[in-house]
Design a protein around this ligand. Structure first.
Ligand code: C2E
Ligand code: MG
Ligand code: MG
Length: 743
């Protein structure tokens, strides 16, 4: 037995020597016969020692095969790596490797190279070892005998496991965002570019969503950056979960994310997904035992309609995102060409707003708050109005966000507070006045001083003043929030929680914050009358909790009699809504109050109607081979009232062209002189901004080919009036605005 290792040694040396000869090169092997002269023997032994030393360092290993690909020589350390199988002389060389791990182009290459007897260099292969992951870079050269007959391969391998790991980490870094593990901006833009390039010739569409978290900065500032990072990780998880494929979601940086949705173009589906993302991301987060709530705004653009290059598509989704943020946050918005105009308008408003206060353009109107049981007016909410010199009244939902972004809100808010207190102090009787306080004002340590000054200079008693605060103040540092609540309560004013039910309401902080009233948001009330809504059950719970805590409740935005009945049955104590009164000017209400107690009988529609949007918008109607400019007077998801065609028979079918590729097939269901009621064959979808849009669009090139004006906002009247009817016969209908034969 003792002789065995020796004989193996000898055998290996013999093979090793042969190998050495072949390795160094054939000339050496041929011109210096290894076994002959003593000098060459020493040289060969010397070389063999070097080789064995090298093998022993573990940096590289040698191998050779016979002509069938079976191992003739293999550095001994390699055989030892295999635990469950014996690999050595006679084993197939290929059995060293796990070819299923190799990249596809290399998996095929080893057998191929062997079969074709081709030289190969640095092929990266995974070792078929059972315990560890080991990667080799393998090189080999085919060997031929003096007659030119192939005799086998010989070559060497190098362990590259470490380099591969390092490379993997660096691809990870160049591909993924290290914080969230989502694709990074660079990789996302590559992906978008290649997707759009591939889709362009296949007539396929691709949607993208850009997301920006609302109020993330507040979390970062108050809870610290590590908490901000932890929050971003949770956001990434939720987002990837909703989208369903992590490789389609990217963090672009900061609190911005992007989603790519190949082959999605239905805006109904996109609206559903956007809403789901908004609702999932707005649910509360727990970070280091702190609860925090953020929101998200989403901008959506779909290629090819909203841009064919990745640059255009991203720019337009960004514009949509900007608009979503501007119109109240926590919303989605589809890109449309109008947004460009809207963005410019907002910039102009921002400039004009600087002069609005000094220019005397800001007014305060007052909306009655009515006691549910008695219909009696018990107080008013002060609502800011901007009377723009050219544009007329502008809604606070438009200018308050601008004022908040530009910090003008402090001045505007302080002015409104003073004005409302002055007006209320002069009212006959003791009706209460509620004033909205922006979260930005709430964070200002000077707020209690402003309130005190407004009370002192007007002489209004503090219990008549109610400050309306939204839930977003709970995002700030809870110590500062508590301090502010205490300071305001010390002044003797009342506090109301405004807009309860929008997004992320929680009953838990009601128990701690010193509110005197909860105002249930109109969106919440409106949904309550819809079939299957659980909102009435929730309102019941809110009312019960409020009663237990000694708080009043006000339901906002009640417009119809069925909503009023529901709210009454749920025992909400106060109501504010058009069913009683819209906001009115101070003169009007002062006059009414001077006539004694003010009781308002409710009035309004019996039932909430399908959301119908009034407008006067030029669109097109296609019938047979004519294109008619018409006007839309109002539109809902299922139909519209049109104007401009005369005496159209009921049952006539049109294709209505809303512009930008939005076509809907519609039937005339009512017809009276120049007005027709039409019913759409497919529903319109919410555009995220209170408007409607078609789920699908038709590419411009198809419209142009059909002779439909590509930009329907610019329907060319002259062209319509000068239309050459001789080609295609007369139009089927008499019209007010002409008709155009289609090409
Ligand atoms: P808010 O505080 O929730 O005020 C209630 C809003 O609902 C008012 O809109 C009011 O006109 C509207 N409203 C009341 N009843 C009905 C109804 O039956 N149907 C409908 N469709 N709407 C109804 P407004 O005046 O446009 O104000 C919008 C928001 O702007 C306010 O919501 C408030 O958040 C903000 N705002 C208004 N004035 C001020 C202010 O002086 N300071 C601050 N910081 N924000 C203000
Ligand atoms: Mg309010
Ligand atoms: Mg409100």
């Amino acid at each position: 037995m003792a002789s065995q290792p020796r004989s193996k040694d000898v055998e290996q040396q013999a093979t090793g020597r042969g190998l050495l000869a072949r390795l160094t090169n054939r000339k050496f092997a041929e011109s210096v016969p290894v076994s002959d002269s003593p000098a060459s023997v020493t040289l060969a032994q010397e070389a063999l020692k070097l080789l064995q030393n090298y093998e022993a360092t573990g940096q590289g290993w040698f191998w050779s095969t016979d002509r069938d690909g079976n191992i003739v020589y293999l550095s001994s350390q390699i055989g030892k790596l295999f635990v469950t199988k014996t690999i050595g002389t006679g084993s197939p060389f290929a059995s060293l490797f796990d070819l299923s791990h190799a990249p596809e182009h290399q998996q095929r290459s080893l057998p191929f190279l062997f079969a074709r007897k081709l030289k190969f260099e640095q092929v990266q292969l995974a070792a078929a070892v059972e315990t560890d992951t080991v990667w080799w870079s393998v090189s080999g050269t085919p060997q031929f005998d003096p007659q030119g007959e192939f005799v086998g391969f010989l070559g060497f391998g190098i362990d590259i496991t470490k380099q591969r790991e390092a490379a993997e980490i660096s691809t990870q870094l160049t591909k993924y965002d290290p914080l969230t593990g989502l694709l990074n901006r660079f990789r996302m833009s590559q992906l978008l570019e290649s997707t759009l390039a591939a889709f362009k010739h296949q007539n396929r569409s691709c949607a993208i969503m850009l997301l920006d978290l609302d109020r993330f900065k507040a979390v970062n500032d108050t809870l610290g950056h590590p908490a901000g990072d932890a929050l971003l990780k949770q956001v990434a998880l939720r987002l990837a979960h909703v989208v369903g494929d992590k490789e389609r979601v990217s963090r672009l940086g900061g609190d911005e994310f992007q989603v790519i949705l190949p082959d999605v173009q239905d805006r109904g589906d996109l609206a559903l997904l956007a809403n789901e993302i908004i609702s999932k991301l707005s649910e509360p987060y727990v970070i280091d035992d702190s609860r925090c709530i953020i929101g998200v705004s989403v901008g959506v653009a779909v290629s090819p309609y909203d841009g064919e290059s990745s640059e255009d598509l991203v720019r337009n989704a960004d514009l949509a995102l900007y608009s979503a943020k501007g119109s109240g946050r926590g919303r989605y918005r589809f890109y449309s060409e109008e947004l460009l105009r809207a963005a410019e308008e907002r910039r102009a408003l921002e400039e004009d707003l600087l002069d609005a206060l000094n220019g005397g353009q800001i007014e305060v109107h007052y909306q009655p708050v009515v006691c549910t049981a008695t219909d009696r007016v018990g107080g008013f909410e002060a609502l800011m109005r901007w009377k723009h010199p050219e544009k007329g009244y502008i809604s606070p939902t438009i200018f308050i966000p601008i004022a908040e972004d530009t910090d003008l809100i402090r001045k505007l808010g302080e002015w409104t507070l003073r004005k409302a207190c002055e007006d209320a102090a002069a009212w006959p009787g003791s009706a209460r006045i509620a004033v909205n306080v922006s979260p930005i004002q709430f964070c200002d340590p000077n707020l209690p001083r402003y309130v005190m000054n407004a009370l002192a200079s007007s002489g209004l008693s503090p219990e008549r003043l109610e400050l309306e605060i939204t839930e977003s103040v709970f995002l700030g540092d809870s110590k500062d929030t508590d301090k502010m609540f205490a300071a305001l309560k010390d002044l003797g004013v009342r506090l109301a929680l405004d807009d309860f039910g929008t997004g992320y309401s929680s009953l838990s902080y009601l128990q701690h914050a010193p509110f005197d009233k909860i105002k249930i948001d109109q969106s919440f009330v409106r949904n309550a009358t819809e079939v299957g809504s659980r909102n009435s059950a929730i309102i019941t719970a809110i009312v019960a909790l409020a009663e237990a805590l000694g708080m009043d409740t006000t339901a906002e935005g009640i417009e119809t009699l069925d909503q009023l009945d529901l709210i009454r049955s749920l025992r909400v104590s106060h109501i504010q809504g058009y069913v009683y009164s819209k906001p009115v000017k101070n003169d009007h209400l002062t006059k009414r109050l001077s006539e004694g107690e003010w009781t308002i009988p409710p009035s309004g529609h019996a039932r909430q109607r399908h959301k119908r949007i009034s407008m006067f918008r030029k669109v097109g109607a296609v019938h047979e081979n004519h294109y008619y400019p018409i006007f839309i007077r109002n539109v809902s998801a299922t139909g519209a009232l049109i104007e401009g065609l005369i005496d159209v028979p009921i049952g006539t079918k049109f294709v209505i062209d809303f512009g930008q590729g939005q076509l809907v097939v519609a039937d005339v269901v009512r017809s009276k002189k120049n007005q027709q009621g039409i019913k759409f064959e497919s529903r319109m979808v919410d555009d995220g901004n209170g408007g409607l849009c078609t789920p699908h669009r038709v590419p411009r090139s198809w419209l142009a080919a059909a002779g439909i004006p590509v930009d329907s906002d610019g329907i060319d009247r002259q062209r319509v009036l000068r239309a050459d009817f001789s080609k295609s016969g007369l139009p089927a209908f008499q019209t007010e605005n002409g008709a155009m034969p289609l090409a």
